[in-house]
Design a protein. Structure first.
Ligand code: BES
Ligand code: MN
Ligand code: ZN
Length: 497
């Protein structure tokens, strides 16, 4: 979807004359239309106000009504979305309004639209923020998974372009939004792809294609022999039960100066998680194709910032494995020496994400020598128990880094919340037979996973994002959410601003 701005003259009739398939407006039911959008009230000769008077406007945020061939307008359709009560307006409500409008737009036959949702007041938010968020939400609603399923013949077409008024700062906002939307789509597409297609090798090849496509983005792929030579035994142990060989992918973007240390993202890429020998129950096991969403979001984020040419050095390292039960699988009881030299007693082969991240973090700390590193992982079911699908969990001992990530999440309406990584949790992963075991006790499952990873951060500034709840949208249509590409892109953009 192309996102553009239109420069209007100061002529107040401009809204009425826009030639487009669909004009999108957000209207509340508390103020006269003439106060909300005077141009619209005037051009429509009062019919929108009559709708309001008759109680025909949607009351709820994101509920819509679409009028065809509306009198007085140059647009073929007028899509009206409700705003909910004005005193309840927030970043999230604003996002819901634009997502709802996007859904109705996608369900219509319109392929071009002009969007006036940014005219809404959102406390503390600038025009460029409102444009960026509306554009991302419209693109989000326009996404359809179609890689292994043909759309029906009468399915409405994808939206080709959406324009916004050229309010102050809008040009930069639409540029950024377009690239972030591309990264979000990449992340969702990878998350949605079935595990027989989206294997470690597939993801590695996709990363290589991206590097080929984007000038200045470079890639290295390590195969099993190369990882063996580096003693990445924890990562290799997880993949050894699968016929699909493991990979480590390293993408590099050098938009910053040569002496600037890079920021590293490290993604969990378990392309399918059966649990291994500690096998998962059969119900909903198919959902574990999404266990590579940490990797997908890291790839989507570096794609977005590379495409926007961000003046920052960024690395993306993703550990790609499939966790299968097999005669060659790693077992509960195994003691494995990780790349760092620390030994791990495997007590549950389903706690595989921390195994592969242990080596990926060590590798990143030693080879990238980053300014700071953030890992992203669908790591624990406990995180879904804690936060449901609303929040990404942030764990770090670095208060400043936590602050940056939480703030970036708020700004992107891609929210995160912090969990403690207190030293007092560390004994929960002590082992009699190794330096640590790969599971904790019965409580604090997300935190003990974070404590495990902390032992592999090699003294670097580091944070862990558990996206087990936020990465997937359950319900209809279920899909990878594209999170936290918004949070991460915003975080990186903020480093340059
Ligand atoms: N990928 C799962 C985490 C997960 C589970 C995410 C359910 C979303 C929904 C992870 O590899 C896993 O299996 N974790 C175990 C850890 C446990 C064995 C300590 C879990 O959460 O059950
Ligand atoms: Mn698992
Ligand atoms: Zn997993």
């Amino acid at each position: 979807m192309q996102i553009t701005t239109i420069q209007f003259s100061t002529d107040s009739s401009a809204v009425a004359t826009i030639q487009t398939d669909c004009l999108i407006v957000a209207l509340n039911t508390e103020q006269p239309i003439a106060e909300q959008l005077p141009e619209l009230a005037e051009a429509t000769q009062g019919f929108v106000q009559r709708m309001a008077d008759a109680g025909e406007l949607p009351r709820t945020a994101g509920k819509t009504v679409t009028l065809y061939h509306p009198t007085g307008l140059g647009a073929d359709r007028l899509l009206i979305t409700g705003t909910g009560k004005l005193n309840k307006m927030s970043d999230q409500v604003y996002q819901a309004i634009a997502l709802g409008a996007g859904k109705a737009l996608r369900d219509s036959q319109a392929v071009r639209a002009h969007c006036l949702i940014p005219r809404l007041e959102v406390a503390g938010r600038s025009p460029s923020w409102k444009i960026q968020q509306a554009a991302l939400a419209l693109d989000h609603s326009d996404y359809r998974y179609d890689l292994t399923k043909k759309p029906k013949d009468d399915a409405p077409p994808a939206t080709a372009s959406v324009s916004f008024e050229d309010l102050e700062g809008a040009g930069a906002a639409v540029g950024r939004a377009g690239h972030i939307a591309t990264g979000v789509r990449r992340c969702r597409m990878l998350g949605d792809l079935p595990p027989n297609i989206c294997t470690p090798v597939y993801v590695a090849e996709l990363a290589a294609d991206l590097a080929n496509d984007i000038e200045g983005l470079e890639v290295d792929v390590l195969d099993e022999d190369q990882m063996q030579a580096l003693d990445m035994n924890a990562l290799l142990a997880v993949g050894q039960g699968s016929v699909n060989p493991s990979r480590l992918v390293h993408l590099r973007w050098r938009g910053g100066s040569a002496d600037q240390k890079p920021i590293a993202m490290v993604g969990k890429g378990v392309t399918f998680d059966t649990g291994g020998i500690s096998i998962k129950p059969r119900e909903l096991m198919e959902q574990m194709k999404f266990d590579m969403c940490g990797a997908a979001s890291a790839i989507g984020t570096i794609e977005s910032i590379a495409r926007m040419g961000l003046e920052l050095n960024v690395d993306c390292v993703v550990a790609l494995v499939e966790n299968m039960p097999d005669g060659k699988s790693y077992r509960p009881g195994d003691v494995i020496t990780a790349m760092s030299g620390k030994t791990i007693e495997v007590q549950n082969t389903d706690a595989e994400g921390r195994m592969i991240l242990a080596d990926a973090l060590t590798w990143t700390a030693r080879n990238v020598e980053p300014d700071m590193m953030v890992d992203i992982a669908t790591l624990t079911g406990a995180c879904v128990v804690t936060f449901g699908h609303l929040a990404t969990a942030v764990m770090t001992q670095d208060d400043e880094l936590a602050g940056e990530l939480l703030e970036a999440g708020l700004e992107a309406a891609d929210r995160a919340w912090r969990l403690p990584l207190w030293d007092e949790y560390q004994p929960l992963i002590d082992s009699t037979f190794a330096d640590m075991r790969n599971i904790g006790g019965s409580g604090a499952g997300s935190i003990t996973a974070g404590c495990f990873l902390a032992r592999f951060a090699e003294g670097q500034r580091w944070a862990h994002l558990d996206i087990a709840g936020s990465a997937w949208r359950w319900g209809k249509p279920e899909s990878a959410s594209g999170r936290p590409v918004g949070l991460l892109s915003n975080w990186l953009i903020n480093k340059v601003a």
